[in-house]
Design a protein around this ligand. Structure first.
Ligand code: HEC
Ligand code: HEC
Length: 337
């Protein structure tokens, strides 16, 4: 027992234990937090008997090559969690071992999910160009559980917590230095459209399968690979993403981000910069994935993400509606990184 506890009266101790027990029960129950389907890559509900849609192309097998790349890779090599596949070694400095190979036990190679160039996929995150201090703080938040996804079923976000717990401080510093040394360059094309080509849900993303804009987008964002074959067939880290957003959302987002929208939020620019490219340790949000940004805003709003620095995001997020989150995500993603 700690000295403070010993000084307490018996009644206080009983009350304290009851509180702890209630806290544990609440934690075990994983309270359902509000989610935004497009931001969390939540699969559509299928009608009884309906099968999930299949990708409209055959994945290439055997020895894979890409024009201009020195690499020859197999399909299995593309997702080897102990050896990040590297199509374009000239696009980045040499990967430190933790990024290239991860470390047993418990740490997968960062370069597989986030790509060797750090630009990542919408279902994970772009880590290229993040300030080192910010990067390190995020890993500490993942480690102590104060940064979580509002969606406890988001397996790859749960894994981030596990990696952070298994990593040494030196490994965290090395990864932060490596990814922080690279520039994040344009990666997501934001297109305003009321009607969009047909998409199917695949692996937390939306994959374009139609050629004509025949489907109503509605009040959501659809974000997916610009070239499905290069993305899904080759995991090519030079092949970016497209986000379809409802008409008018960029302008609405700009209004909120620059003025605070008459008290709905606060202006983002004093902290993230006029162009949202970050200031000092405050991260850049310009040109990043719409669904990543939407998830983070909701994670702050619900309190699932409440790390050491997250208090600074409280006033910006606590009163946001889902529509505000859509508009802010569309606007920030549309800016040049
Ligand atoms: C299995 C895939 C996967 C691997 C491997 C992985 N990550 Fe992540 N990482 C994620 C996901 C998913 C997120 C975003 C979670 C979310 O949106 O809730 C993330 C987020 C992050 C962030 C937060 C970025 C930001 O802008 O705040 C950092 C930092 C990070 N990862 C570092 C690492 C490091 C370092 C490694 C290697 C040790 C690593 N990740 C390996 C999936 C992965
Ligand atoms: C008072 C300063 C401040 C203001 C105002 C502010 N932010 Fe932030 N923002 C931060 C800080 C600090 C972080 C890092 C928080 C953390 O580590 O948990 C952050 C993180 C974020 C992230 C997560 C980035 C990532 O890579 O995961 C997003 C998205 C974001 N802010 C968007 C916004 C938007 C949109 C607004 C305006 C509506 C805004 N912020 C206003 C300081 C601010």
């Amino acid at each position: 027992m700690t000295p403070t506890l010993r000084l307490r009266t018996a009644a206080a101790a009983v009350a304290a234990i009851a509180l702890v027990a209630a806290g544990t029960a609440a934690l075990l129950a994983q309270p359902e937090l509000h989610l935004i389907p497009w931001a969390y890559g939540i699969p559509p509900v299928l009608a009884p008997g309906q099968k999930p849609a299949e990708l409209p192309f055959q994945r290439p097998e055997g020895e894979l090559t890409l024009p201009g790349s020195p690499a020859k890779l197999t399909r299995a090599a593309l997702t080897d969690m102990t050896n990040a596949a590297d199509w374009w070694p000239e696009d980045h400095p040499p990967m430190p071992p933790i990024v290239k190979n991860g470390r047993k036990p418990g740490v997968s190679a960062c370069g597989v999910c986030h790509y060797p160039n750090g630009k990542g996929k919408p279902d994970n995150s772009a880590v290229a160009g993040l300030p080192e201090a910010y990067f390190i703080q995020q890993m500490l938040d993942y480690r102590d559980g104060t940064r979580k996804s509002a969606n406890p079923k988001k397996g790859n976000a749960v894994q981030m917590g596990q990696f952070a717990k298994a990593m040494t401080d030196d490994e965290i510093r090395e990864a932060a230095r490596y990814f922080g040394s690279m520039k994040y360059t344009p990666w997501v094309k934001v297109i305003e459209a009321a009607k969009v080509p047909a998409h199917i849900y695949f692996g937390q993303l939306w994959v374009k399968v139609g050629t004509e804009s025949t489907e109503a987008l509605g009040n959501q964002i659809l974000e997916g690979p610009e070239d499905t074959a290069r993305f899904e067939g080759y995991r090519d880290p030079r092949s970016g993403f497209v986000a379809y957003v409802p008409p008018g959302s960029i302008k609405k987002g700009r209004e909120l981000a620059t003025t605070g929208g008459k008290g709905r939020t606060v202006a983002c620019t004093p902290c993230h910069g006029a162009d949202l490219r970050g200031i000092g340790p405050v991260p850049a949000i310009a040109g990043r994935s719409t669904s990543y940004l939407g998830r983070q805003l909701n994670d702050f709003r619900t309190g699932a993400r409440h790390g050491a620095w997250s208090g600074l995001m409280k006033a910006a997020t606590e009163k946001l509606t889902d529509e505000d989150i859509l508009a802010l995500s569309a606007y920030a993603a549309s800016l040049a990184p």
